[in-house]
Design a protein around this ligand. Structure first.
Ligand SMILES: [Zn+2]
Length: 237
């Protein structure tokens, strides 16, 4: 029978992703303790993918009108497909363009508290919160990872930043840093957690890249590969 364009797209994304994951894992994980060891250990954990913003809260908006919230969701859904393909357990804080507001009254703080509750309700969770950055100057670019104030989060943050630089943008001089305490999500969850700013919506060139399906697949692949690498390192401690 006919395969819809959507399904074709998913298959294509998955195929490209798998290839990319295998390339990444070939370098980073298999050389240590083996892919299967990482997978066995990941059985005990659930990766929570948090697509930042949503609904009335679009987050950072590019000059082209593209919203951060849509890119965040697209990345989370792609990461979920890749994770599922590799047998990595995931949970998502949102799967559609919603702000979760009841009675139509949106509160960013309430929204974040709900996300914290969702993450904390998942056993042995590891959180990757997906965001895009903005800055008054349109020149600024590059992915940046922030981590919660504990050793596991720092480890996941360092791995992810390193992979984002080496696989996506070797010119990126940013380094992973501790998340400011006023970032409610990373300060309030009880599990290892990072917040990934994948790029700058305020940089027109980077905003175009961030909207590109293939580039999104690469980012999603790096996030999942970094998670597996992190889990793999846990198993060696
Ligand atoms: Zn954001």
């Amino acid at each position: 029978m006919f395969i819809t364009i959507d399904i074709k797209r998913v298959i294509k994304i998955t195929a490209v992703s798998l290839l990319a994951v295998l390339l990444l894992l070939g370098i980073k994980a298999v050389s240590d303790h083996g892919f299967m060891a990482a997978m066995n250990n990941s059985d005990k954990h659930t990766l929570v993918l948090d697509a930042g913003h949503g609904g009335v809260d679009g987050g950072a908006v590019a000059v082209s009108g593209e919203k951060e919230s849509d890119i965040n969701l697209s990345l989370a859904l792609k990461a979920e497909i890749i994770a599922d393909f590799l047998g990595v357990e995931t949970a998502l804080t949102r799967t559609e363009d919603t702000d979760g507001a009841e009675n139509g009254e949106y509160s960013e703080r309430e929204n974040l508290i709900n996300r914290v509750d969702t993450v904390n309700s998942v056993q042995n969770a590891v959180l990757i919160s997906i965001h895009q950055n903005k800055f008054p100057s349109s020149i600024v670019s590059g992915a940046e990872v922030m981590y919660s104030d504990n050793i596991q989060s720092k480890q996941l943050g360092l791995i992810t930043q390193d992979n984002l630089v080496s696989e996506l943008d070797k010119e990126n001089r940013r380094v992973a840093r501790k998340a400011p305490t006023e970032l409610l999500l990373t300060s309030s969850v009880s599990c290892p957690a990072i917040l990934v700013e994948c790029g700058f919506m305020s940089n027109p060139d980077e905003a175009i890249k961030l909207s590109n399906e293939q580039y999104q697949t690469k980012i999603a692949t790096v996030l999942i590969a970094s998670y597996i690498q992190y889990i793999n390192q846990l198993s060696s401690i």
